[in-house]
Design a protein around this ligand. Structure first.
Ligand code: CP
Ligand code: NVA
Length: 307
């Protein structure tokens, strides 16, 4: 494993599969009450520049279950909010803690933090990527479908952090990936360039969700206005009007297709309440798997042979 988890573009298929295998084991240990306090005495600093429910609770709880401690640092209330340089924050936290999880805006901030930190840095969401979420998504799909290779993943909506990470994660694991975005809302060029290099799985960027959804094994969407884009809400509602996951779209996917949504969901916007509720078990398994996947990441980066 590398020192940090900054984006899925940095990981090989073997590294992702290893995380998923360890995550399955973490889940087993947790469900069977087996001791897995691999990070006893270790501390994770969690920096949040944006809101969170799942990321905060799953990291904090996960760290506790691993025998360690997690501390919450709000961007606004810490000295970060008063302009202390990232490079200094990285070097200070490295003297106290054993790992840093950060949720912020620019991917460059996370990369800089990792450059200056001597301890592992984990990306808990940037505008560019959401690697922990997609590890949980891949874990959930594998759990339900027993494999990833050869399955078709369809994403419809904004070419945002989730789309970027799903394209990279899905293709890296041998899934065919089809994405439907309106013009002007495409995934990041770096991700589209990566997709061109993949030879053992198919990638398709479509304008029509009806094209992307055909024979999909898993249909995924995300909010139309991400954190930080609240002012674009009205304009985005117009742009994404035809991109909803609804029963008509699901009828084009395979009859046993799953639905994933990273949450929070806006019913009747990117997904109908009917589709959401019909797939609620899969969606809340996905939310639960954040805990297990991140425990695997923390164990691999902060525990055992690595530290
Ligand atoms: N899916 C996700 O990252 O949720 P939170 O914003 O609640 O952390
Ligand atoms: N794309 C969303 C994901 C939230 C978990 C956002 O960035 O707000």
């Amino acid at each position: 494993m590398k020192k940090d988890l900054l984006k899925l573009l940095d990981l090989t298929r073997e590294e992702i599969v290893n995380i998923l295998n360890v995550a399955d084991q973490m889940k087993y240990n947790q469900k069977h009450g087996l001791n897995h306090a691999y990070l006893a005495g270790k501390t994770l600093a969690m920096i949040f520049e944006k809101n969170s429910t799942r990321t905060r609770v799953s990291f904090e709880t996960g760290m506790y279950q691993l025998g360690g401690h997690a501390l919450f640092l709000s961007g606004k209330e810490s000295q970060i909010g008063r302009g202390e340089p990232i490079a200094d924050t990285a070097r200070v936290l490295s003297r106290y803690c054993d790992g840093i999880m950060i949720r912020t805006y620019g991917q460059d901030e996370v990369e800089e933090l990792a450059r200056y930190a001597s301890i592992p840095v984990i990306n808990g969401l940037t505008d560019f990527s959401h690697p922990c979420q997609v590890l949980a998504d891949l874990m959930t799909v594998r759990e339900h479908k027993t494999r990833l290779e050869g399955l078709k993943l369809c994403f419809t909506g904004d070419g945002n952090n989730m789309a970027n990470s799903l394209i990279v994660g899905g293709l890296t694991c041998g899934m065919d990936v089809s994405v439907a975005c309106p013009e002007g809302y495409d995934p990041d060029p770096q991700v589209l360039d990566f997709a061109k290099t993949v030879t053992d799985a198919k990638f398709q960027l479509c304008r029509r969700p009806e094209e992307a959804a055909v024979d999909a094994d898993v249909v995924i969407t995300d909010v139309w206005a991400s954190m930080g884009q609240e002012e674009e809400k009205a304009q985005r509602e117009k742009a994404f009007a035809g991109y909803q996951v609804n029963e008509a779209l699901m009828a084009l996917a395979r009859p046993d297709a799953m639905v994933q949504h990273c949450l929070p969901a806006h019913r009747e916007e990117e997904i109908t309440a009917a589709v959401f509720e019909a797939h609620a078990e899969e969606i809340f398994d996905e939310a639960e798997n954040r805990l297990h996947a991140q425990k695997a990441v923390m164990y691999l980066l902060m525990g055992g042979e690595n530290r």
